[in-house]
Structure formats: C-alpha cells, structure tokens
Design a protein around this ligand. Structure first.
Ligand SMILES: Nc1ncnc2c1ncn2[C@@H]1O[C@H](COP(=O)(O)OP(=O)(O)OP(=O)(O)O)[C@@H](O)[C@H]1O
Ligand SMILES: [Mg+2]
Length: 239
C-alpha cells in the first residue's frame, strides 16, 4: 500500500507543486495517475520513493513511514523514473549487478530474475554492451528489469510504457496485472488514456497539485455525460 496524508511540496520556496494532497493505493489495485504536464505526478512519485522531501505531511509505504523508516520503505518499492538515461557508462549486466548488490538480491535469485526478464523483453544479447549504445526503448526495458529485480511489493512507475515496442508494452502490462492480482500495489502515471482505461481499477486525476478525482473508473464514467476517459479528462482538466 501507499498512503499520503496532507502532503504539500514547494520547489525553491515559491513553486507549489503539490497542495495538501491525501490518497491511498491499496494492495491488489492498479491505479493510473493522469494529469496535464507539470501537474505534479513525477513530484508525487519522487516524494513516495524518498528522492525528495515533502514540506509537510506523512507518507507511508507498505506500512513504513518514508521519513522515519526510509530503508524499509525503499526496500518495498520498485521505481521506474521518468527518464532511463542513467548509468550509461556501465554495461547492462554491470548495471544490474550494481542494483542487485544495493538491494541485497542473492546471486541465484538475481540470475534467475535477470534471465527471465531479459528473455521476456528480448534484451539478453544487449546485456554485454554498454548502455550508452542502447536505444531509448532498450534503456527503458533495462530500467524495468532493475526496478523489479528485488521483487518489491509496491511498484511506482512513472510513464513506464514510453518508448516500448508493442510486444514489450504488452509484456509489461501483463506483469502489472499479475502483480496486482497477487495482492500487490501498482501505481503508474501515463498520458495514454487508452492504457489507463484498459489497465486500471482506479484512476487519479491531478491538476496543478490538486487531486480532481480519485476512484473507480466505472464510477467516473457513470457520473459523466461523456463516454470515454479522454473526453472526461478534457472536460475535468479544462474547467
Ligand atoms: N526540480 C524542480 N525545481 C523546480 N520546480 C520543479 C522541479 N521539478 C518540478 N517542478 C515544478 O513542479 C510542478 C510539477 O512538476 P512534475 O514534474 O511533478 O509534473 P508532471 O505531472 O510529472 O508533468 P509531466 O506530465 O510533464 O511529466 C511543475 O510546475 C514543475 O515546473
Ligand atoms: Mg512527470
């Protein structure tokens, strides 16, 4: 689970990116986080992972307070950042080994999970090459493998499908479904509303640091005169 209670975040003492937001994502749920550019999605995700600190408010992940118990909270999280251009001087397998060491993934489990994921994403041959030489999609895929290697219960994925080919995007969506079905938490942001519509149990719509809607997709659709999430999104966010 992920729980935010009255969280506010200001950048440079002036830009209020999030204004007193509260929400909960429970185990077993896939929640899609949607909102216009600059509305606060990445900021929310970075706060949950502990990369940045809130001005005020309480954040709990898998029962652990992100401020008071940061290591336990971080161990529970698999995070895919919004850009995969990191550690480019390392070869794929060196990068995965580094991440495996940081998260204390035992050698056997590491080998098994890396080979499973690499095959699923058709990345096996690339693992011996420097990540500098990878295409955008290949970098994105290795970030997925790295984030999920330690088998975390809580997945926080910032636009995870960007740049993935159709087969890889299909595989990732299937993994997200299976993960939630097993009782775990999947919280992801996207601008592709068809993906949110197909994948999510619930959606959360954010604009200018305020949550406009947080609930079941069917209930949102039932309340609106519009039929598609795209139309509802435009109506809500343009008001
Ligand atoms: N490091 C930073 N320093 C100053 N302001 C920032 C910083 N990061 C984000 N912001 C501001 O915070 C607000 C929210 O940005 P954020 O990146 O969370 O949006 P987003 O919803 O992820 O957008 P996108 O859909 O484009 O990814 C914006 O006004 C942005 O300019
Ligand atoms: Mg973002």
């Amino acid at each position: 689970m992920i729980k935010l209670e009255n969280v506010t975040k200001t950048y440079n003492k002036s830009v209020r990116a999030l204004d007193d937001i509260s929400f909960e994502v429970k185990g077993g749920e896939i929640v899609g986080f949607i909102g216009p550019n600059g509305s606060g999605k990445t900021t929310t995700m970075k706060l949950i992972t502990g990369i940045i600190r809130a001005d005020v408010g309480k954040i709990t992940v898998n029962g652990f307070n992100v401020r008071k118990d940061p290591i336990k909270a971080k161990e529970s999280i698999g995070y895919i950042a919004d850009s995969p251009d990191m550690f480019l001087r390392l070869k794929g397998n060196e990068f995965l080994d580094l991440i495996g060491d940081i998260y204390h993934v035992p050698t056997e489990k590491r080998r098994k999970r890396i080979s499973e994921f690499a095959e699923r994403f058709e990345l096996t041959d690339a693992l011996t090459a420097p990540m500098m030489s990878y295409s955008h999609g290949m970098r994105q895929k290795i970030m997925v493998v790295a984030a999920l290697m330690h088998d975390p219960p809580v997945w926080i994925l910032d636009e995870p499908m960007v740049g993935l080919d159709p087969k890889s995007a299909f595989e990732l969506k299937q993994m997200m479904r299976d993960h939630a079905k097993a009782g775990n938490t999947v919280f992801f942001s996207t601008h592709v509303l068809e993906v949110a519509e197909k994948l999510c149990d619930k959606v959360m719509i954010i604009k200018k640091g305020h949550i406009l809607y947080d609930g079941k997709l069917e209930e949102l659709e039932a309340k609106s005169k519009n039929s598609s999430l795209e139309e509802i999104f435009l109506e809500l966010t343009e008001k």
